[in-house]
Design a binder for this molecule. Structure first.
Ligand code: HPA
Length: 269
């Protein structure tokens, strides 16, 4: 097991400044990483194990184009029993090794009739409906302020770049609001109706803790949802993890193209 300082030394020759968190069934971006160095989460102090099928729990460090990236293949969900503070620990470790921007992908259910399964949504804001917060506890003033501002949580400049790139690639990338639930059950139909009224376009069980911790740490965030299904009650069939994995597979090619091109174009230093 290596500590934060040893982890930093391990990455010293590469110095990635961009981290990418890959969501359920969306691990393919990691295949685009050249001369990869693979590090199991278990080898790093403070990194927990993942327990979900489709999340393998390792880090892949290497090049996409000319940019050094650190891909987190397999993420931690609160519904697995990980504490929200674990998210902060992971994000603060990324900050300690020099990460300046974080690209997050996730699988999400759609509440917006225009956002169909297999499509992508650029997250422009979120609603934290998880009932939890990764910054609960003593604040580390060296990392960030006690009461962080969230008015630019999904960095405007990165979103502008993302929209430009999507247009160039001929990809549909509408913006929308992501609502996080704790899970692990899929929502009831009444919850989905309520979330729509609240202003959400998509619902999922991840991302928000990482974003809050990253914003606190001064790491810029770009986040994209792969829409895998319509929310409960908006589609006729019951929901299952297998179906969301199928939806993720439909979106995966476009998402991989988008992320790899975004990194090549906008993540040089
Ligand atoms: N609800 C919550 N999380 C999800 C969904 C959903 O419908 N689809 C993929 N992740």
């Amino acid at each position: 097991m290596i500590n934060r300082e040893q982890f930093k030394q391990l990455l010293a020759g590469r110095k990635p400044q961009t981290a990418i968190i890959l969501g359920s069934g969306l691990g393919a971006v990691a295949e685009a990483v050249k001369s990869p160095l693979t590090i199991s989460y278990q080898a790093i102090e403070g990194f927990p194990r993942t327990t979900v099928a489709g999340h393998c729990g390792q880090m892949i460090v290497g090049k996409i184009g000319n940019s050094e990236v650190l891909c987190l293949q397999g993420r931690f969900h609160l519904y697995e029993g990980h504490t929200p503070q674990t998210m902060t620990e992971v994000i603060n470790t990324l900050k300690a090794v020099g990460i300046k921007r974080l690209i997050i992908t996730n699988a999400a259910g759609s509440l917006n009739p225009d956002f169909t399964p297999g499509s992508l949504m650029l997250i422009n804001d979120h609603i934290n409906f998880s009932g939890q917060n990764p910054l609960v506890g003593a604040n580390d003033d060296n990392i960030g302020p006690r009461f962080p501002d969230m008015s630019n949580a999904y960095d405007r400049n990165m979103r502008r770049q993302a929209k430009e790139l999507a247009a160039k690639l001929g990809l549909n990338l509408p913006e929308g609001v992501y609502l996080m639930v704790l899970g692990p059950n899929f929502e009831t139909a009444a919850e989905i109706r309520a979330f729509r009224i609240l202003g959400a376009d998509a619902v999922g069980m991840s991302t928000v803790p990482e974003v809050i911790a990253a914003v606190h740490a001064g790491i810029k965030v770009l986040a994209v949802s792969a829409i895998t299904n319509f929310g409960t009650g908006l589609q006729k069939t019951p929901l299952s993890h297998e179906d969301t994995m199928l939806g993720a597979a439909q979106a995966a090619d476009n998402l991989t193209t988008f992320i790899t091109n975004y990194v090549k174009e906008f993540c040089h230093e």
